[in-house]
Design a protein around this ligand. Structure first.
Ligand code: 13P
Length: 250
């Protein structure tokens, strides 16, 4: 049985004080939630402060990105070991904003994925089609391509430990959520890809989150789908109450 996993991607939001306040509020109320795993992914500059706010809580810490090299002359970048050192358990890889605004490729995501796993971080690998791709009937093809490229060279053992996030680009920050049926269809495709590429145990083990305008009022219906195992929440994770209401729906 896959434990539902709700993660908040704060993106480039908050300041130090609000990051600590938000993490503290989430940590305080998280104890009341059973059978759901929670994580927050603040801007990297606040990871340390948020780690302190989350200590002694069951809420995990995640980063929004990393670089694939272990160390060296890579100005401005952070390694997997640094993220681990500061208390991260998770790292988001290949978010659509990094793919489409910052030019990250499947190959970049793949390198980061291997480095994250080698260091002991759990990657949350994002995939998702753009609006014109969906309208052109290319969703399945795009997802398959991102899946294959991003996960290249992964062993079944490593694959079983990752998290995948399906985030249709047209649903991110737009208030235009995928219908539970649209999301379930892609999640099922992803699970079939895992079964074909690896085996049924891997397909059963991997948690696939949905992301894109998840709010307290649409979370329950999405999370009720058999292949939706959680949510990667953007805007609604910036308020403790709405984030926890989504977690409560899981
Ligand atoms: P929104 O929930 O703001 O649409 O963002 C989703 C997302 O990109 C999470 O990674």
């Amino acid at each position: 049985m896959r434990k539902p996993f709700i993660a908040g991607n704060w993106k480039m939001n908050t300041d130090r004080a609000t990051a600590v306040e938000l993490a503290t509020a989430v940590a305080r109320q998280a104890d009341q939630l059973n059978n759901v795993e929670l994580a927050v992914c603040p801007p990297s500059i606040y990871l340390d402060a948020v780690a302190t706010a989350l200590s002694h809580s069951g809420v995990a810490l995640g980063a929004q990105n990393m670089y694939h090299e272990p160390s060296g002359a890579f100005t401005g970048e952070l390694s997997a070991a640094m993220l681990l050192d500061i208390g991260c358990r998770y790292v988001i890889l290949g978010h659509s904003e990094r793919r489409h605004l910052l030019g990250e490729t499947d190959q970049d995501v793949n390198r980061k994925l291997h480095a994250a796993l080698a260091a002991g971080l759990t990657p949350i690998v994002c995939v998702g089609e753009q609006l014109q791709q969906r309208e052109a009937g290319q969703t399945r093809q795009v997802i398959q391509q991102q899946f294959t490229g991003s996960l290249a060279g992964l062993s079944p053992q490593d694959a079983a430990g990752i998290v995948i996030a399906y985030e249709p680009v047209w649903a991110i920050g737009t208030g235009k959520v995928a219908t539970p049926q649209q999301a379930q269809e892609v999640h099922l495709d992803l699970r079939k890809l895992l079964a074909d590429r690896y085996n049924i145990d891997v397909a059963d083990a991997v948690r696939i989150q949905y992301g894109g305008s998840v709010k307290p009022d649409n979370a329950a219906e999405l999370l009720a789908q058999p292949d939706i195992d959680g949510a990667l929440v953007g805007g609604a994770s910036l308020e403790a109450d709405s984030f926890l209401a989504i977690a409560g729906a899981a």
